[in-house]
Every structure is written in C-alpha cells, then in structure tokens.
Design a protein around this ligand. Structure first.
Ligand SMILES: Cc1cc2nc3c(=O)[nH]c(=O)nc-3n(C[C@H](O)[C@H](O)[C@H](O)COP(=O)(O)O)c2cc1C
Length: 197
C-alpha cells in the first residue's frame, strides 16, 4: 500500500487530466513520495447496486476490482484524483468509484456513528479537473461532489486545480504553466502530508 494514490478518472490516457495528473505524480515522486497509480478505465468495476450488503461490515459485497481500490484509499494519506467534466460533474468512471464508496459512508456514519462534520483529517486530497467551456459555474457541482466523496475517507480537499477551455486531447500541452502547477501541487501535497499526525 502506498502513501499516495493517483486515480485517473478520464477514459483518455493521453487526455488533459491524465497529463496533468502524471505531472503531479512526477512532482510527488521527485520529492520522495511513493505513489500508486490507478486507471479507472482499465478496471472491472460495477456501479453501486444499492443492495446495502455493506450494512453488516462496511465493506461492499460486490466482488470486483473495487475491493483493492477501497483498500488503497483507506491506506493512503494523500489522494490525487483527476476527472474531466462530463455534463457538469465527474466522468462516469469516477462516479462509479465514488458510488461504490457508499460502503465506507455506511461504515463511517451508520456503523461507527460518526457525527456529521466531526472528524479530524487523516488524509489530504488534490482534485484536478478540466472542461471544454469557460463558464463561471463549470466546476461548482463537481466540487461539492468531490468534497463529500473525500469526506467519507476523512480527507480534506487540500487543493483543486480546475482548468477551463481544454477540449482536444492534448490542449493542455499549450499551457506549460498548468503542467508546472500540477507538478508543484504533487510535490507540495507530499510535503503537506508530513504535517498530518
Ligand atoms: C461525455 C462528455 C461530456 C462532456 N461534458 C462537458 C461539460 O458539461 N462541460 C464542459 O465544459 N465540457 C464537457 N466535455 C468536454 C471535456 O470536459 C473536455 O474535453 C476535457 O478536456 C476532457 O478531459 P480529458 O482529456 O482529461 O478526458 C464533455 C466531454 C464528454 C466526452
């Protein structure tokens, strides 16, 4: 299990968010972090079936690749999550992962009876996103989704890197400043993790 986890939520490996996340991973590794990379598009992961088999133990009962990702999410101290904006929210791959983590929500809020909003951060998360358009509210809904996904793992939304007007697969290459920002965010997140208990 690695100290940092990088989760690629885009179906495009050569796309904007993947390129940005790869830079963040490079920044983290070059500052000494151990980082595990997960490409959601390559996993066999069912959507949540809402059968609440998780009510007994806080573990999802569907036997697929989610089980390992769940363990990695619990073990990491820093998460770097990247997803494009699809219809004003995260990609389907990313949303499937989030919904499967309802098992962890059940554990935290039902089984362990954590009081909502009363937890101290055990983890820090970086969120990277890109959309084609330039609207002021482009990331509004997504940020709420990500914040509450991170909450399930006692994870603070430490920083988000949100880029507008990126559409074609390699549009981000025309913005070396974005790529540098991502590199620095990976490096700085690793440094910030050292301040956690
Ligand atoms: C199914 C789908 C839905 C999309 N919805 C939006 C949207 O709501 N708003 C937007 O600005 N861009 C939207 N886009 C464009 C992508 O967000 C954009 O191309 C982004 O750069 C893709 O990131 P990626 O290369 O990391 O996959 C959509 C693209 C697809 C394929």
């Amino acid at each position: 299990m690695a100290e940092m986890l990088a989760v690629y939520g885009s179906p495009r490996w050569g796309g904007n968010t993947a390129r940005l996340l790869r830079e963040a991973v490079r920044g983290a590794r070059e500052s000494g972090a151990e980082v595990k990379e997960i490409l959601l598009r390559d996993l066999n992961m069912s959507p949540c079936l809402e059968i609440y088999g998780c009510k007994k133990t806080g573990r999802c009962v569907i036997a697929d690749d989610f089980q390992e990702v769940h363990d990695e999410l619990l073990a990491c101290r820093g998460l770097m999550l990247a997803s494009p904006i699809f219809f004003y929210t995260v990609s389907a791959h990313t949303k499937i992962l989030m919904d499967r983590c309802q098992a962890q929500w059940v554990k935290k809020y039902w089984l362990d009876a954590t009081v909502f909003g009363q937890w101290s951060p055990k983890r820090k998360g970086l969120f990277i996103s890109a959309g084609a358009t330039s609207g002021k509210r482009l990331f509004e809904g997504t940020l709420l989704t990500v914040k509450y996904f991170f909450d399930v793992f006692d994870m603070e939304l430490w920083r988000s890197l949100l880029y507008r007007a990126l559409d074609e697969e390699d549009d981000v290459l025309r913005h070396p400043d974005y790529l540098r920002e991502a590199y620095e965010a990976g490096r700085d997140l690793h440094a910030a993790l050292q301040t956690l208990d």
